[in-house]
Design a protein around this ligand. Structure first.
Ligand SMILES: Cc1cc2nc3c(=O)[nH]c(=O)nc-3n(C[C@H](O)[C@H](O)[C@H](O)COP(=O)(O)OP(=O)(O)OC[C@H]3O[C@@H](n4cnc5c(N)ncnc54)[C@H](O)[C@@H]3O)c2cc1C
Length: 440
């Protein structure tokens, strides 16, 4: 085996994106050295797949969740060797997928024990050095020739109208990814702010006999569901600006299953997005994003059945309206204006969970690493609030708009450049390509 005397690459964040960048680097070069820095104490599953809740199913079929674009059967082959797992309509639990990612990490450590280093610490700052980068972590500094930021989604932040007193209240959960259901056992009347996949996750986690859940979002739209059996593929093409594409989608759904139309559209989404000038992207975000989100980010059929049974039994109610205020007293009092009406409604809740999803506007992030990168001008925010600005190769654009040498980003942070860059079917190709570019 060759000596590990090659370039040193530091990757901050060891969720799917960071792990797969590491695995691809190590597979592609016998000399590269990789340092993975992760603050959660668990390497591999990241925010999405670190759950033991059997109700938390993947929202993509297992046959499209292989970690490697050129080995579509990789996950299924791994599953075939596992003693205990189940799939519902072709969807496995997110926890089992997390085990798959842990197994990939174990295999990488076994294959290249002297070339992969794990550091369990938060990276808090970055500094350019004469020949590379220095990352400050809680456990000391790490030097590297190149750095990959695989920080994932930004932690959720509260919507407007949430006061400091509410944020400090034990009856308010700002980050649902850290929700501990055991700590809120006594809650009877629960408000979930948001009605997307994060809300569904929280609702399934909090479902208890006698508990009433109310989900509130501007449009009151719930995510649509995958079909139990995948529909026949749609082969059409899409082109033009958002309004033209919307017309083409409507026409296509007269002939084919809407899911197949969206799956096809998703393949062109990156090219369409990149062809749109900033004004068209902005228009899409303002007018079409809610529709895009509910059709594109779908529920597994099993989760959809659970949600419909909660709706039918009255355990869950979905309201369309704008939250105007939350006040903390012995309970939390919420006021919202129902869509199309002027008068606010008020109600009292013994638990409120913020399910509005990840923070998009990076300038508002309180994370030390992000603040440091912006303050030092190594990166700049995407103008539409979709993470950090990167070039076509995933290199950060610095404050002057120049690509930073040896500083890359991957995953949801790069949505401003690529739009669809949140789910495994997109991230696995991005990780492989980025590893190739780094080594080149
Ligand atoms: C609840 C949920 C369910 C999802 N379900 C699916 C699904 O079924 N199918 C699908 O394809 N996609 C799903 N996704 C999308 C998901 O974003 C991607 O699949 C993928 O997991 C993203 O991986 P990532 O590594 O980019 O981000 P993350 O998984 O968020 O990983 C980023 C990691 O970076 C670490 N980190 C951040 N900052 C620092 C720092 N300063 N120092 C050290 N470590 C740091 C974090 O602790 C985290 O572990 C889901 C997302 C969520 C939130």
């Amino acid at each position: 085996m060759a000596e590990p005397d090659g370039p040193q690459i530091a990757i901050v964040g060891a969720g799917f994106s960071g792990l797969l960048t590491a695995v691809n680097l190590l597979r592609a070069s016998p000399r590269v050295q990789v340092v993975l820095i992760e603050r959660r104490g668990v390497f591999g599953p990241g925010t999405a797949y670190d759950t033991g809740n059997p109700g938390h199913l993947l929202n993509v079929r297992l046959d499209n969740m292989s970690a490697f674009p050129d080995q579509p059967g990789h996950l299924a082959d791994w599953l075939a060797e596992q003693p205990c797992w189940r799939a519902q309509d072709g969807f496995i639990t997110r926890g089992v997928y997390g085990d798959y990612l842990r197994a990939l990490l174990d295999a990488a450590l076994e294959d290249a024990p002297d070339r992969l280093t794990l550091i369990g610490a938060e990276a808090r700052g970055l500094q350019r050095t004469a020949d590379g980068w220095r990352i400050e972590t809680q456990e000391g500094a790490v030097t590297a020739d190149q750095v990959v930021l695989a920080l994932g989604n930004l932690e959720p932040a509260s919507p407007p109208g949430v006061t400091e007193a509410v944020r400090a209240s034990p009856a308010y959960v700002e980050n649902p990814w850290r929700l501990d259901p055991a700590s809120v056992e006594g809650a009877r009347n629960v408000l979930l702010i948001g009605s997307g996949l994060t809300m569904v996750d929280a609702a399934l986690t909090l479902r208890r006999p006698g508990r009433r859940l109310t989900a509130l979002s501007r449009h009151g739209l719930l995510p649509r569901a995958h079909a139990t059996v995948p529909p026949a593929p749609f082969q059409g093409q899409f082109s033009g600006g958002p309004a033209e594409v919307l017309r083409q989608v409507r026409a296509a759904t007269d002939q084919a299953d809407w899911r197949a139309v969206f799956d096809r559209l998703r393949h062109s989404a990156r090219d369409l997005w990149r062809s749109w000038p900033q004004a068209q992207r902005r228009r899409f975000l303002r007018h079409l994003r809610p529709l895009w989100d509910v059709h594109r980010h779908r529920l597994s059929p099993g989760s959809a059945r659970d949600v419909h049974s909660m709706l039918a039994s009255g355990e869950l109610t979905v309201m369309a309206g704008k939250l105007t205020r939350l006040d903390a007293a012995d309970m939390i009092e919420a006021a919202w204006r129902p869509r199309g009406r002027r008068r606010p409604i008020r109600d009292r809740f013994d638990l409120v969970v913020n399910c509005t999803g990840p923070l998009g506007v990076i300038g508002q992030s309180a994370e030390p690493m992000i603040r440091d990168i912006l303050q030092q001008g190594y990166g700049r925010p995407d103008p539409l609030g979709l993470g950090l600005q990167v070039d076509d190769d995933g290199r950060l654009l610095d404050a002057a708009g120049q690509p930073a040498r040896g500083l890359h980003a991957i995953g949801p942070l790069t949505r401003g450049a690529f739009w669809e860059m949140t789910a495994v079917p997109d991230l696995r190709g991005q990780a492989r390509d980025l590893a190739g570019r780094i080594l080149a």
